[in-house]
Design a protein around this ligand. Structure first.
Ligand SMILES: [Zn+2]
Length: 283
């Protein structure tokens, strides 16, 4: 009797165990199906996104390939390849101690701008590149309306002019000092005709000196030059990038598109904007 009872108990327990196992299998199956459904959905979404993204990239690439630009050259709608950085006649040419003019004896098309000139200015230096003459005249005329009187201290400097200037520095102060105060021939931005040193009447002692930054002319230039396509080429605290100490009087024409872009994104130097690396010294 007790033996049969025992068998019954065992049988009941076995049924319960089987029922529990069946229950868990059912639960796991349901969860598995739910997870698989989610996975399928994620795969479909990813597939749609990658096809759409690829298509957008392709369309963008095609629209840019009309010029010489690639997808990565256009950042926030600004085309960094709109002009050459090496052609000395390009308004975006970057000349520094690592990037001489090519050819080193390059000479641009020049004109004498209709603005006040330094009284004893040389026949070389009174000229500027034709492309920047009108923007320079407009800027100087508009400044005059604000009561700020600029004059041109120095515009274009030919290769031969720079040879004489640099050699006189070397003779007087040695090569190290000469390199810190004057560009070597073929390495001067003034040779492109796109650079100009401006002076003013308010405090002549500060012309071509650091204190120019504190004069009405220096302040007006810092605030407004970009509107006419110019930048202060050698900002303060950027000598390690540009190779030159602060020159608040030295402006460089780059056109209003780039000057405005640099102003808007708070990038001060061409080297940083174009990712060209620093040029603290000669090679
Ligand atoms: Zn200069």
């Amino acid at each position: 009797m007790s033996y049969v009872y025992l068998i019954c108990i065992i049988q009941q327990q076995r049924n319960i165990t089987e029922q529990i196992a069946t229950f868990f299998t059912f639960i796991l199956q349901r969860r598995y199906n739910a997870v698989m459904k989610k996975l399928k959905l994620i795969v479909i979404i990813l597939a749609i996104l990658s096809v759409g993204g690829g298509l957008a990239y392709w369309i963008h690439g095609r629209s840019q390939s009309a010029g010489t630009s690639s997808f990565t050259d256009v950042i926030d709608g600004f085309n960094k390849k709109a002009h050459s950085l090496t052609d000395p006649s390009s308004i975006w040419v970057v000349v520094n101690k690592q990037r001489p003019l090519d050819p080193k004896t390059y000479a641009p098309t020049l004109v004498v701008p209709q603005i006040p000139l330094r009284s004893n200015i040389t026949s070389d230096e009174r000229q500027v590149a034709k492309v920047m003459a009108t923007p320079l005249e407009n800027m100087v005329n508009d400044a005059k309306k604000d009561g700020v009187a600029f004059d041109l201290e120095s515009g274009y400097r030919s290769y031969n002019f720079q040879v004489t200037l640099y050699n006189s520095y070397v003779q007087q102060q040695g090569k190290a000092v000469a390199d810190s105060q004057s560009a070597r021939p073929g390495f001067s931005e003034h040779q492109t005709g796109l650079a100009a040193d401006l002076g003013g009447k308010s405090k002549p002692v500060c012309n071509v000196e650091t204190c120019y930054a504190d004069t009405p002319e220096g302040k007006w230039l810092a605030a407004n030059a970009y509107k006419y396509g110019f930048i202060i080429r050698y900002p303060s605290d950027k000598a390690h990038v540009t190779g030159y100490i602060y020159e608040p009087w030295h402006i460089r024409y780059i056109g209003t598109d780039l000057a405005t872009e640099l102003h808007n994104i708070h990038v001060e130097t061409l080297e940083e904007f174009f990712g060209l690396g620093s040029a603290p010294d000669y090679k």
